[in-house]
Design a protein around this ligand. Sequence first.
Ligand code: PBG
Length: 321
Amino acid sequence: MKFPYYRSRRVRKTKEVIRLTRNITITRDDLIMPVFIKEGKNIKEPAENMPGIYKYSIDNLKSEIKQIKDLNIPGVLIFGITDKKDPKASWATADFLLGSIKEIKNLYPELTVFIDVCLCEFTDTGHCGIIKNGKIDNDATIKRLAEISVEYAKAGADFVAPSAMMDGQVKAIREALDENGFQEVGILSYAAKFASNFYFPFREVMNSSPLFGDRSSYQLDYANNYQFIKEAELDIEEGADIIMVKPALAYLDVIKEIKRRFPLPLAVYNVSGEYTMIKYVIDNNLVDEKKFLNEIFIAFKRAGADIIITYFAKELSKILC
Ligand code: PBG
């Protein structure tokens, strides 16, 4: 049927009809809040270039976690920050970090704790892997990632989230978790993680920029539209429970394609640089915060996201739900 018999504007006639026909919603049920935990005492430091986001020491973490819990956000994603770095990323399992997982699970057993598993925050080179002869040693790295994951599981993490983009990392982690009796600990894999320019605030917060070269030998090339499919497929075969696309805003096509192909929960990571950009226009009163955030987060859901990891999680829970 065509105009003049068919008129599409009839279904947009009133606000009420628009509400009735609308089929995408965003609620706090979709959100995970990242949390930066810094080694030390009595720390609440602003995260560089991320207004409203802080780094906390374990003793100051309680009030932040309580807020997240009171807003009924179902999960947190933990990142550990320390100045201590070495070639093996020894401090990836530092006491302050394991202690924080325990503390959160003690306080709120029902809050789902995800923890990033990577080496870049803890290596003296800032690379996500162990270096041998000037190159990333993939197989040594996945062993180390598996060891670290087991320690996080022992501390009580519900999900480990490997983000190093090494080949075979999900398999190595799944096997190590199972061998140690952690069959119930899940893997959220950063399956499609791109070598992106949008991580710039995060790297300053974590002091984790690579000292030489870049991450292009492990993270995905954004000018390619098929490699991410293979990456997702491999991670699923290796045992990922949830797969992730990261970043989110410039990667809606990737989100859509992965959702269409794989019947697994799909997370997207609205990363630090996206936060900084969006926050800038909000704080300068260039947009209506509520409407602007709604449009962006609805877009992630429309593309196919089931779970959204975002520094806006608390803000969104307050204004949208
Ligand atoms: C660790 C890691 C990074 C992020 C999450 N895990 C940075 C990177 O790969 O350099 C970025 C998160 C963000 O920007 O919010 N590999």
